[in-house]
Design a protein around this ligand. Structure first.
Ligand SMILES: Nc1ncnc2c1ncn2[C@@H]1O[C@H](COP(=O)(O)OP(=O)(O)OP(=O)(O)O)[C@@H](O)[C@H]1O
Ligand SMILES: [Mg+2]
Length: 343
């Protein structure tokens, strides 16, 4: 669970009191694991600042940021990087233009891996994994592994950034156990006992299943398939305890793309988020997209959350209703009609 508690953030470029801007004005927000939130609001209403506070790019003046009940307010962004994936509006930002698709993916893959120093090199197993992932995108990116990212279209770059933001090496069993105990909100010794027992049981069940498989007279192919299933079942039991799944932060990541590519990247976003049950916060200027995607919608105005709807209530929303809410709640905020209606 991710939580903002009474967060205040002010900016003052000149140092004069009258130039002070309150970007976030006592914002409190609880985000449950697996929630997909869309944030909408006028220019300067505090949407990007909210994401920056969550990721640790900005520190609040007042208030707290809790991750799984753990106070991360003062933890710098680079230390939290393994827990967040980010995609920004500008396709140029998320990827390195002078590097190939493969090199960009390697860097993303190594992110947050603190137990081993990152070595520059080529890995056949990584390549295989990247190709499998890129194929899912259906943008022919898998044939371009050696191409420099700089020559690719904005849509392709955003799709690549999305993959880079959402893939990571799974933490080791040791790290999963450690974080499960560290982040548990109740009795720590009980949590330790629980995770140890579950891991032991999973190991025992895998061993038994593999022994049983040995006794069967399957063909080589079938045996290989069965073995993969047993290993996957084992992994599922272990990763159930992984509390440090990434949180995806998207800041108008399709705003710079043409409508067709934008909707393709949005579909892709939804697919990745659903498949991985990722907690996601997506800032958008487009009311249709804010309604269509996600299971909770938040509207911001002048650094405050003014609307917060989820579930059935959100599903039933129409653009017209949302526009009314915007006019009532956001008073003198500005938002262009094209952005709002976004056809
Ligand atoms: N680094 C900064 N320095 C000074 N002021 C800032 C900074 N970042 C944000 N602000 C101010 O804080 C307020 C909130 O900005 P924020 O970027 O969060 O808005 P936003 O909702 O993302 O707007 P937009 O839709 O234009 O992206 C604005 O008044 C903005 O000018
Ligand atoms: Mg912004």
């Amino acid at each position: 669970m991710l939580e903002l508690v009474n967060v205040v953030k002010k900016f003052n470029i000149s140092g004069n009191k009258e130039d002070e801007r309150t970007a976030l004005d006592h914002v409190s927000l609880q985000i449950k694991p697996g929630e997909f939130i869309t944030i909408i609001g006028g220019n300067g209403s505090g949407k990007s600042t909210t994401l920056n506070i969550i990721s640790g790019a900005l520190t609040p003046d007042k208030g707290k940021v809790l991750l799984n009940g753990y106070d991360t307010t003062k933890i710098p962004e680079y230390q939290k990087a393994a827990y967040f994936g980010r995609v920004f509006q500008d396709p140029m930002v998320g990827t390195a233009a002078n590097m190939s698709v493969y090199e960009n993916l390697e860097i993303a893959y190594a992110r947050g891996r603190t137990h081993k120093p990152w070595k520059w090199g080529f890995s056949a197993s990584h390549k295989k994994y990247f190709i499998e992932e890129l194929k899912k995108f259906d943008l022919e990116l898998e044939d371009r592994l050696n191409q420099k990212v700089g020559v690719m279209s904005g849509g392709q770059r955003q799709a690549l950034t999305l993959l880079m933001a959402t893939m990571r090496q799974r933490p080791s069993e040791r790290i999963i156990k450690r974080d499960y105990v560290r982040f548990c909100e109740t009795d720590k010794s009980k949590a330790k006992e629980e995770v140890e027992q579950a891991f032991l049981l999973a190991k025992k069940e895998r061993k038994e299943a593999l022994l049983k498989l040995k006794e069967e007279t399957f063909s080589k192919e079938v045996r290989k398939g069965r073995k993969a299933v047993i290993n996957q079942e084992y992994k599922n039991k272990i990763y159930k305890f992984d509390l440090t799944k990434q949180i995806l932060l998207l800041d108008e990541h399709t705003a710079a793309l043409d409508p067709k590519t934008a909707s393709k990247v949005l579909e892709l976003t939804e697919k990745i988020v659903t498949e991985n049950q990722m907690t996601t916060i997506m800032v958008t200027h487009n009311m249709k997209d804010a309604i269509r995607y996600g299971n909770r919608l938040i509207m911001m105005s002048h650094g405050k959350i003014v609307v917060d709807v989820s579930g059935e209530e959100k599903k039933k929303l129409t653009v017209e209703q949302l526009l009314n809410m915007f006019q009532v709640a956001s008073k003198d905020d500005t938002m262009s009609d094209a952005a709002i209606l976004g056809d």
